[in-house]
Design a protein around this ligand. Structure first.
Ligand code: 2AM
Ligand code: CA
Length: 285
């Protein structure tokens, strides 16, 4: 007998999210979403300019650095303005300890800079809130496509207010599409990356390299990718996205079992049925 599952009407899902917000009293998440939207407007405006600058011989390099710095300033004004006692760890602005040593913002104003520079509409803003060493809220905003991914510890992962996110339900490696990042420049992880690809390619349906770690993680949370791994990342690339994946029901670890994710700069995640197969394939010595 065919199984029929009725879709949840959008208005009901929205109510559920509002109720969730009311229950959790998630003021920090609201601050993060507002900040992401504001920085997103600035980046989208600059991105349109970047598309025009592709034809110039110098390219849009300096312009993009300025766009990145301007976005971080907006985020800093919004987030530190609302929570002045929190600490700060940002890709552009470095690290500052706050009066409250237990909480800090971990922010990447523009993740996927190379895409942005080339006029490719796949980049994001990543904002995480860490409390006592644990990420408790995360927002990844794809401003070009107006997709706001967000999560709060214990309250689930969501897309654009009304859509609850779940990792994919695929169970077999042959059906799975995984994402990764390949190292840029002459990085020492190049041999490991080539080994990963040669092991995994014959086992799965495809491997994608989209260029924004934060969005790769958001896509795992949304069930678009079945898993993702990457090495040599920074905390601001992964912090918000790893909470999205966990809150969507996925498993997240460092590449080497037992390592700290931020400390190792590596990440490996997938839905539960595929995590073991992916980890075995990539971790085998
Ligand atoms: P970024 O765009 O903020 O630099 C791509 O695999 C991931 O690696 C992106 O999240 C990207 O973040 C990160 N990354 C860090 N340093 C990079 C660099 N020098 N060139 C390209 N990507 C880099
Ligand atoms: Ca980044």
């Amino acid at each position: 007998m065919a199984l029929h599952i009725a879709p949840v009407p959008a208005y009901r899902a929205r109510l559920t999210f509002r109720r969730m917000l009311a229950m959790q009293g998630s003021a920090n998440l609201n601050i993060m979403i507002k900040a992401a939207r504001k920085a997103g407007r600035s980046l989208v405006k600059d991105f349109r300019e970047v598309e025009n600058l592709q034809v110039s011989s110098k390219g849009p390099g300096d312009f993009v650095s300025k766009a990145d710095i301007a976005a971080e300033q907006i985020l800093k004004d919004e987030l530190m303005g609302a929570r002045p006692t929190y600490g700060w760890l940002g890709e552009e602005g470095g690290e500052e300890e706050g009066q409250d040593p237990t909480r800090r913002w971990i922010v990447d104003p523009l993740d996927g800079t190379t895409n942005f520079l080339h006029g490719l509409p796949h980049w994001s803003i990543s904002i995480a809130l860490e409390h006592k060493g644990e990420v408790v809220a995360g927002v990844v905003y794809d401003a070009a496509k107006d997709e706001m991914f967000f999560a709060e510890k214990g309250a689930g992962a969501w897309l654009n207010d009304s859509q609850r996110l779940r990792v994919s339900g695929r169970r077999h490696m042959v059906d799975a599409v995984f994402a990764t990042g390949v190292p840029f420049g002459a990085k020492k992880t190049l041999p490991a990356t080539i080994r990963d690809l040669s092991r995994l390619m014959p086992q799965c349906a495809g491997i994608r390299r989209f260029g924004s770690a934060a969005l790769d993680l958001a896509y795992v949370a949304a069930g678009r990718f079945d898993g993702y791994w990457e090495r040599e990342l920074s905390p601001w690339d992964m912090a918000a996205g790893l909470l999205l994946v966990r809150e969507a029901g996925g498993l997240v670890e460092a590449m080497r079992e037992g390592d700290d994710i931020f400390g190792s700069g590596s990440i490996l995640c997938a839905n539960e049925p595929l995590f073991g197969g992916l980890a075995r394939t990539l971790r085998e010595v």
